[in-house]
Write a protein that binds this ligand. Structure first.
Ligand SMILES: [Cu+2]
Length: 135
């Protein structure tokens, strides 16, 4: 019984409890607008087919400091020949620090995605579009 408790504790330590803990974090997309810089990061530094965990960060375009942008959405679209575009949206929740959100998104196939990030909060309202490959 004591050994089991030790194992469970070790498991919780390694995988965290309800938190994403990455060994490293790589940036895989950055988009600058007039007011903010939007950055996508993940442990592997890419999106792949299937389910993906990632972080979305907002910083001031002026001084690069984190910016609380309030409510955020991230949607993706892929143009497919002869059929309707493939649409996928991310589930986002605020992380512990302002301007940082943790997200999950699932892609049915590989290929370039047109990403639309929109925000609405204390720093104002805005949106930006950029392309990210799914490998
Ligand atoms: Cu597709």
């Amino acid at each position: 019984m004591k050994r089991l408790i030790v194992m469970v504790t070790a498991f919780a330590f390694v995988f965290g409890v309800g938190a994403t803990s990455w060994a490293a974090e790589k940036t895989f997309a950055t988009q600058k607008t007039k007011d903010v810089v939007v950055t996508l990061k993940s442990e592997t530094g890419q999106w792949k087919q299937g389910k993906n965990d990632f972080a979305l960060e907002f910083a001031s375009a002026k001084d690069k400091q984190p910016v609380d942008v309030g409510k955020v959405t991230l949607n993706t679209s892929m143009t497919m020949s002869g059929m309707a575009p493939m649409i996928a949206g991310a589930t986002l929740k605020p992380d512990k620090t302002p301007g940082r959100y943790l997200g999950t998104i699932e892609f049915a196939d590989t290929g370039a995605r047109q990403v639309t990030v929109a925000w609405d909060g204390p720093a104002g309202k805005g949106s930006t579009k950029f392309s990210v490959p799914v490998r």
